[in-house]
Structures are given as C-alpha cells and as structure tokens.
Design a protein around this ligand. Sequence first.
Ligand code: SAH
Length: 261
Amino acid sequence: MKVYIIGAGPGDPDLITVKGAKLVETCPIVFYTGSLVPKEVIARARADAEVIDSSGMTLDEIIEVLERAHKEDLDVARVHTGDPAIYGSTAEQCRHLDRLNIPWEMIPGVSSFSAAAAAVGKELTLPELSQTIILTRAEGRTPMPEKEKLPMLGQHGATMCLFLSVMLIRKVQKELIPTYGEDCPVIVVQKASCSDQKVVKGTLSDIHEKIRAEKIRSQAMIIIGHVLTSTDFADSRLYAADFGHKFRAATRPATERQPAN
Ligand code: SAH
C-alpha cells in the first residue's frame, strides 16, 4: 500500500504526467483536493474506485482517510493541483504519514507558473537579463520570513512569479516599484491552461486597474520581469557556433565534430 501524492497540473486535463494519470487510473482510492483539480482527471478513476473530495475536510479528517486506506491495504491517488511541492500543503500530510509509518511517494506536476509562462509563450530566463526565477507570494495572513519580504527579494531584479497574491496586487506594486521600476512588465494569467484562461498584460504601475477591469480576483499567477518584453537579449551560449559542446559533438557526424572543451 502506498499514498501517491500526485500533481494534477494547472487545469488542462492533458497536463497531468503519464505517470500521474496511470496512478489515478489504477488506485482503488482517488482522494482529490477539490474543484481546482480538473474533473476529467478524476474521471480517469476506475469504475469501482472510491472517489473522495477533501475540500472542507480538516487535516485530521484527511489523515483518517489515509489511515483507513492503509489498514485496508488500498493504494491512494492523492491528487493536488499544479505541482505538489509548491504551496500544496503536502508537507503536513507527509509528516503525519511518516509518523504513522504509511509509505508515500510524490509524483510531480506542471505548476501554474509554467502554464502561465506557456500562455504568453515566454521564456523566463534570458541570457544576461535574468537567470533566476523567484517563486514566492505577497505577505497576507501567512507571515513571510524576514529575509523573503518582497522589497528584499526585489533587490535581485530576477523574474518573479507570485502565487496567491492577486488580491494583494496593490501591495505588490508598492513593494516592487522601488526595485523593478514603474515600467517593469507584468503579466497576470488567470486559470492558465484552462479553456476560460484570461491574460492581462501591463506594467507595475498600471496592472491593478487592468486586472480590476477584467474582474480577476482568484486563481491567477502574476509574473514580473523584463524578460517578458525584452527582444534584444543575447543568444544563449548553448547553440553558439563557437561553443564546443560535448553533447552536440557526440551527436554530430565525426567529420563535423569540434574538440570538446
Ligand atoms: N501547487 C500549485 C499552487 C497552489 S497555490 C501549483 O504548482 O501551481 C494556489 C495558487 O496557485 C493560486 O492562488 C494561483 O496563484 C496559482 N494557480 C493555481 N492554478 C492556477 C492556474 N491555472 N492559473 C494561474 N494561477 C494558478
């Protein structure tokens, strides 16, 4: 018996991994975190599977379900949205599973920040412009560690993806304009990868008005950074003609090979 903690992806039901989908199709218990998990993913469950929605349950009640499955020796597909490793509240479950000696394994998923980048067709890391992505959130009810407050993180100027923050957009503007500048490009993608996805493009100074006009209040990813609009970035070294690359050398005909450096 095992509990498989599976990332269902950001919304498009085709964006679950093959491994995750196979587990949803074979586990006798499919235990999912509510309406944000695509219903087509849950519909993969076998006809005789017990399908349970954990939204509205307390952590203790969730653990009771997993404990019962363990006693009955039934595998569980525990399905979370996006990637389970990011704001998934999976760690507290796993801590209980360890305490109860219940085996578990995590299966990654496509996170909403990847889906939001795909929605606008943008690479988030560009040579010499930003080689770092900060995945974070604005401080709301959950306090941020002192060194991770937005004004502090903003000092890096790296591409920043904000989860759980669309309702705090004014605070995001106020705290990031001093480091990124008023004209820094911002995109907000609501329900990335879903059929009713919305994309709003703006700058740190006008994004609030734009998302208010679109009535975006939840399920939205905010991406901030100059990578979103830059066109004069340097080419990547990976494909440069003078870049002796071991892998490329090995896959090209011997006559074309350059000495590896
Ligand atoms: N584990 C999830 C994140 C869960 S936290 C992941 O990897 O994506 C919930 C937050 O994720 C939301 O507030 C929103 O900021 C973001 N989010 C989740 N699904 C989204 C989607 N389809 N489009 C845009 N943002 C999404």
